[in-house]
Design a protein around this ligand. Structure first.
Ligand code: NI
Length: 145
């Protein structure tokens, strides 16, 4: 971790009040940690969006699907096997008589991870899902633009 630097920021009072209210609800004890998290989030998104081929992404894809849809479970598994290099682990939960939930842990170039997630989520019978992407912590501040 680098040295801590103090800096001042000018901001409209209403914006600051709303921000303070929000971060208090979220559990932050001070503005500094909330700001650091916002800065890291912006840097992670920049890495993922601006260098999708080069960025080593870590992700979780969570989705719920209807396991009565013909061949759906097999097709989801086949596609995952085709891209096994991107998949670290898969958690399967039998949610109810009808539904299954899968949580897939992914790692690889952001562009490929996103493409696999989009392909899995677009199958008919996959009812709802979302991909969360981040990058290894040490890489967040790697790049200077
Ligand atoms: Ni199941």
């Amino acid at each position: 971790m680098g040295e801590l630097i103090r800096f001042s920021v000018s901001v409209e009072d209403e914006l600051l009040k709303s921000f303070d209210h929000l971060i208090k609800r979220q559990g932050y004890v001070n503005r500094s940690e909330a700001l650091r998290d916002l800065m890291r989030d912006a840097l992670v998104r920049a890495h993922l969006d601006e260098e999708p081929k080069a960025t080593d992404a870590l992700g979780t894809l969570t989705f719920v699907y209807d396991h009565h849809v013909t061949d759906l479970a097999d097709r989801l598994t086949d596609l995952q096997h085709k891209h096994y290099q991107l998949i670290i682990s898969v958690l399967h939960v039998h949610v109810s008589h009808d539904d299954c939930m899968e949580v897939i842990v992914l790692r690889g170039p952001a562009e490929k991870v996103r493409a696999l997630a989009d392909a899995l989520l677009s199958f008919k019978g996959v009812k709802h899902g979302r991909l969360f992407l981040t990058i290894p912590a040490k890489r967040i501040t790697d790049r200077r633009r």
